[in-house]
Design a protein around this ligand. Structure first.
Ligand code: FAD
Length: 411
């Protein structure tokens, strides 16, 4: 078998033209598309699956981690706050109801209970979809970004594959929200893989008459700083990088069998338990990321960042708060490409903090806003007027610096 073939050159149709092309419709893509549309851009969002939300819906990761610092202060605002409220607008899962946050609780009450919720993935996906459609975003489902056409350091179009065949979508600015930095990779931007790889996860929903429909979190993430506990919580002693099709497929087969075996085991003690739904996309946390103009780390916390585009906390522990620098969203090579979500540029240590839902919304809102601005002026992301971007974000309700939420910045 030959190792390579040469793909014949051929003409393909241009199937779309827009100011901002958002690739990937997870939390980051939803937030980016919404922000870009609200800032006046003509937006197309392409999504490989047939529903929005990515890991947060199809991946059954239905816990919207905290918008607060665990010490009684909300730090993430703007679309991160809007989407959390949207996710529970039609009802909350009882034991995850953040009463003190929604009903004006005291600081003491808010310290006891973090500002996080659990939601229904189907309702959230459909309501997010309606929000985007009503905002003028064109969603094209079942569409995979397969290549990027780059001329003079700019992406002129993204080549896509879908039911209609292979075609190109032309765009003035592109937002990579694929979670795996696919567009960075396809366009020649610098990327890096998560050194350790992912542990196996097999989260699924089950039903029993006694408990109703419940999320079963089968297989946990790494336990930071405790390798022994971490190893004990892993389903199998193996890790997955998540950017090789055959390896992802192998991981999925193992994950399906683990979820099924777990559900069947529960049946031995409760004969009426049934599995309701398994995830329909791979539960991968950290795969490939941008190596961008800035690579923030997890130390120190509360650090003042002049170019901050939003605040976020550490879901794992109370206290730390970070200001996300604008430079973590764009790279050094491709002028009109920006990223959001779990593939932004951060250190491996900070990645476990920035990959979660609220932070994906924070980076998404900033990337979409910046993309609308850059597409209007033709500027590259590195040249963009950061103060003007910050003004737009502030006007939209985003808090940029610790001092804006009553927390002191540290040197
Ligand atoms: C097991 C597990 C547990 C987790 N637990 C939590 C938790 O409790 N709370 C929390 O807040 N976070 C949690 N996370 C993290 C969080 O869910 C995700 O990191 C976050 O939702 C990622 O959002 P995103 O938009 O960046 O990426 P994704 O959700 O991965 O979205 C990317 C989207 O792009 C699409 N796509 C990918 N490639 C292409 C392409 N080439 N062309 C077109 N479309 C493409 C995908 O179909 C997908 O819809 C967990 C993650 C995992 C795996």
């Amino acid at each position: 078998m030959a190792n390579f073939i040469t793909e014949p050159e051929r003409e393909i149709p241009v199937s779309g033209e827009c100011d901002v092309l958002v690739c990937g419709g997870g939390i980051a893509g939803i937030s980016s598309a919404l922000a870009a549309a609200r800032n006046g851009a003509k937006v197309i969002l392409i999504e490989r699956e047939f529903m929005l939300g990515g890991l947060a819906t199809l991946g059954l990761v239905t816990i919207y981690l905290p918008l607060c610092d665990g010490e009684g202060t909300q730090v993430s605002f703007g679309i991160a706050d809007e989407l959390l409220r949207l996710s529970i607008a039609r009802g909350v899962i009882e034991d995850k109801y953040p009463g003190p946050w929604l009903e004006g609780g005291s600081r003491e009450e808010r310290t006891k209970r973090r500002f996080e919720v659990q939601y229904n993935p189907n309702i959230f996906a459909c309501d997010a979809e309606k929000l985007l459609v009503d905002s003028g975003v064109e969603i094209i489902y079942g569409t995979v970004a397969a290549a990027a056409v780059v001329e003079d350091g700019r992406i002129t179009s993204v080549v896509v594959e879908n039911k209609s065949g292979r075609s190109a979508i032309s765009a003035k600015a592109v937002v990579d929200c694929t979670g795996d930095a696919d567009i960075c990779q396809l366009s020649g931007e610098e990327t890096a893989l998560f050194g350790k790889g992912n542990v196996l996860a097999a989260w699924y929903y089950r039903y029993s008459p006694e408990y109703g429909v419940k999320l079963k979190m089968h297989g946990f993430a790494d336990v930071v700083g405790d390798d022994k506990k971490s190893a004990a919580q892993q389903l199998i002693p193996r890790r997955f990088k998540g950017v090789d099709a055959k390896m992802i497929s192998e991981m999925e087969i193992i994950s399906h069998q683990h979820a099924l075996a777990d559900a069947m085991k529960l049946r031995e003690t409760d004969g009426s338990t049934i599995p309701v739904i398994f995830p329909t996309i791979p539960q991968l946390r950290m795969t490939r990321k941008l190596v961008g103009a800035a690579i923030p780390t997890d130390q120190p916390t509360h650090k003042f960042e002049e170019t901050s585009i939003g605040l976020y906390s550490d879901w794992r522990k109370s206290g730390p708060v970070y200001e996300l620098p604008y430079g973590s969203l764009y790279g050094n090579r491709v002028k009109n490409l920006i990223t959001a979500g779990r593939n932004i540029s951060v250190s491996d240590e900070l990645w476990d903090v920035t990959r979660v839902i609220p932070v994906c919304a924070v980076s998404g809102e900033a990337a979409g806003t910046a993309a609308a601005m850059a597409s209007a002026t033709g500027e590259s992301f590195s040249e963009l007027d950061v103060k003007a971007l910050q003004k737009r974000l502030s006007d939209a309700g985003v808090k940029l610096h610790c001092s804006e939420v009553g927390l002191a910045n540290k040197a």
